[in-house]
Design a protein around this ligand. Structure first.
Ligand SMILES: [Zn+2]
Length: 325
């Protein structure tokens, strides 16, 4: 049995790829960040695999590690099968169907390549090294442009029959609601994410609920989500009201997850959680009003991630270390 003391984690997003080299304790020894290539017309994932192979090779050579034996984990925004292939990625169409373990073996000789959904990888990282430490029932929720998630129940990641478990962003929260990139209507990530805030902002501006911002920005369709978070931080009551709506949508999804899994702790990451200061406390209060007999639950916590921007890449590295052992 080979003891793996290091692993590389690659977090592939729609715009950038974050890479880390970590040791067994989750200490980041090196990192890289590159733009995600979007090349149409070739086999799925080929352009991305080229970048990943170069990154793995560079990190290994800088630290004198054997590229063939060093475990590599890849976190991806989509449905990752238990056998390691990417079945469907609504926000990363050029990689849908890619088999990255085969592509990396071909390019740089890596023998231990493991794939996991990015939200699941983040959940594993927070469980081992972050805000989920010591918690047996918690959910990782990533509020970005969309919503990613991973569920830990009884101390174990819920992977499900195919490996697709934890796709919380695509729970339908509005019957016949707005069209989602995944093809359905009314998904949670259309309302409770960064793009959801954009939608709520446009609606509020056009309904006359953001008069000061409409005036400042030069028209209802020119007010952006960032204008609302900035104005709210400066004390604007009309901006805070829109963030309150966002908190309501966030709470709606969280309360459903509490009812299904009796989750004790939500760990929230993503740009939105840090940009909007009072969002999490307001969402926590709203959530209690949406749960049956909420007062009978032991403390329901909604806390920020403690691993920050590295969460997904760290989780991918940890998954690789565990599954290569
Ligand atoms: Zn969807």
């Amino acid at each position: 049995v080979t003891q793996h003391t290091h692993a590389i984690g690659l977090d592939v997003g729609g715009t950038k790829i974050a890479a880390v080299l970590v040791n067994e304790s989750g200490v980041v020894l090196d990192e890289e960040r590159v733009a995600t290539p979007h090349v149409e017309g070739s086999a799925p994932g080929v352009a991305i695999a080229d970048v990943l192979a170069d990154t793995v090779t560079a990190l290994c050579s800088r630290h004198d590690l054997d590229v063939v034996e060093t475990p590599v984990g890849i976190g991806l925004p989509g449905l990752v099968r238990r056998d390691g292939s990417l079945a469907f990625a609504p926000n990363l169409q050029t990689a849908s169907g890619a088999n990255f373990p085969a592509l990396l073996l071909e390019r740089c000789g890596s023998r231990h390549v493991h794939m996991e959904n990015d939200g699941n990888a983040a959940a594993v990282a927070e469980h081992a090294w972050g805000a989920g430490q010591g918690r047996r029932d918690f959910a990782m929720i990533t509020l970005g442009t969309g919503i990613g998630g991973g569920l830990i129940a009884n101390g174990e990641l819920i992977r499900g029959r195919n490996g697709f478990g934890g796709e919380v962003g695509h729970m339908i929260v509005e019957a016949r609601g707005i069209r989602c990139n995944c093809g359905k209507q009314g998904c949670w990530e259309r309302y409770a994410s960064g793009s959801g805030l954009g939608l709520l902002t446009t609606r509020a501006a056009n309904e006359g609920r953001l008069p000061e911002l409409v005036l400042a920005c030069g028209g209802p369709d020119r007010v952006r989500a960032e204008d609302v978070t900035t104005a709210a931080a400066e004390g604007s009551a009309e901006a805070k009201a829109v963030l309150g709506e966002l908190a309501w949508w966030i709470a709606l999804g969280l309360s459903n997850l509490v009812e299904l899994f009796d989750i004790g702790t939500f760990v929230i990451s993503g740009g939105l959680a840090s940009a909007a200061g009072e969002l999490l406390p307001v969402a926590t209060a709203e959530m209690a009003s949406m749960i049956m007999a909420a007062e009978t639950y032991q403390s329901l916590e909604v806390v920020p991630s403690t691993l920050g921007a590295h969460t997904g890449a760290l989780g991918a590295a940890l998954v690789a270390m565990q599954r290569s052992a």
